[in-house]
Design a protein around this ligand. Structure first.
Ligand SMILES: NC(=O)c1ccc[n+]([C@@H]2O[C@H](COP(=O)([O-])OP(=O)(O)OC[C@H]3O[C@@H](n4cnc5c(N)ncnc54)[C@H](OP(=O)(O)O)[C@@H]3O)[C@@H](O)[C@H]2O)c1
Length: 268
């Protein structure tokens, strides 16, 4: 694979740092990270220098992409400093809830903006990022955006930006629901009198192992679930309760709707 073109990463926290780790493996041209919380020596990344502020960027630096990975509430204070690259570079924003129009507005109006929603398994390159390309994004910029986001795991594109609200609720927040399930399994083990260490280990490995089985198997989750559920057996008894009156599907549907509604409220 060819070396990545010159890049500028704005914010190298959890998400930005995970992306950078993936880009490093692809090979990086000369580039910069802007993050005031990182010391200049703190990134052992060939070709990449850390600066505390956009004003310190060399005037002749010409990035092909600028990845905006600061917290959304910082956008208004941080993003306008990169106006000088509009028309020359693609902006890839992973800031939750920040619309293409909102980011473009902060950049003076006509920027090429890709809006992307990753999720936290990005930290182990097992994330899924769903992205939307704004109207000024060229095909080659979209390809570069895909290559950059692939560093966090799988990438999918949507044609309508509104789809990023359900995406936020399902894959953005999804890891939290899976972790909650893990917590609940552990708690149930404790309630049943299992030793705490065993309850924790069982809950964790059951989720990790089930995810690995799902990843390795060509079967649908329904088939994998049915394979655990003998008619009249113990799992069937538990599932009967979980699904009585559609209990779990109903609460799950309502929970996702609440997250979608909140995503719409926060968008701007
Ligand atoms: N975590 C998720 O599940 C998730 C999922 C999808 C999207 N996102 C989005 O990803 C973005 C980053 O989230 P995160 O969890 O990686 O946050 P984070 O760990 O707080 O990272 C943000 C980084 O930006 C730095 N920063 C602060 N001011 C800056 C400035 N003026 N210029 C450049 N960098 C600056 C922060 O430094 P300080 O710590 O010193 O402030 C921090 O290192 C957010 O917009 C979030 O919405 C996150």
């Amino acid at each position: 694979m060819t070396t990545l073109p010159p890049l500028l990463l704005v914010g190298a926290g959890r998400m930005g740092g995970a992306l950078l780790a993936g880009w490093r493996e692809q090979g990086l041209s000369r580039g910069f990270v802007i993050d005031p919380s990182l010391g200049a020596q703190s990134l052992a990344c060939p070709n990449i220098s850390v600066l505390a502020d956009a004003s310190l960027l060399p005037p002749d630096f010409a990035p092909e992409a600028i990845v905006l990975a600061v917290k959304p509430q910082m956008a208004a204070a941080v993003v306008p400093a990169y106006k000088r690259y509009v028309g020359k570079a693609a902006f890839v924003s992973i800031m939750a809830g920040k619309t293409v129009q909102g980011v473009s507005h902060l950049l003076g109006g006509s920027a090429a903006v890709i809006r992307a929603m990753p999720n936290t398994p990005a930290a182990v390159r097992q994330g899924i990022t769903v992205a939307f390309a704004g109207p000024n994004v060229s095909d080659s910029q979209k390809q570069l955006g895909e290559r950059l986001l692939t560093a966090a795991g799988e990438v999918a594109w949507v044609e309508g930006e509104a789809m990023l609200d359900p995406v936020t609720a399902i894959s953005g927040g999804g890891p939290a629901y899976v972790f909650l399930l893990t917590e609940l399994l552990e708690k149930a083990g404790l309630d049943q009198g299992l030793p705490p260490e065993l309850a924790k280990r069982m809950a964790r490995q059951t989720v990790v192992g089930s995810a690995a089985l799902l990843a390795a198997s060509p079967e649908a989750p329904e088939a994998l679930r049915e394979a655990v559920t003998s008619p009249g057996g113990t799992t069937a008894e538990a599932l009967k309760l979980l699904r009585a009156d559609d209990a779990l599907p109903k609460i799950f549907k309502a929970a996702i709707q609440a997250a979608v509604d909140r995503s719409r409220e926060l968008s701007g």
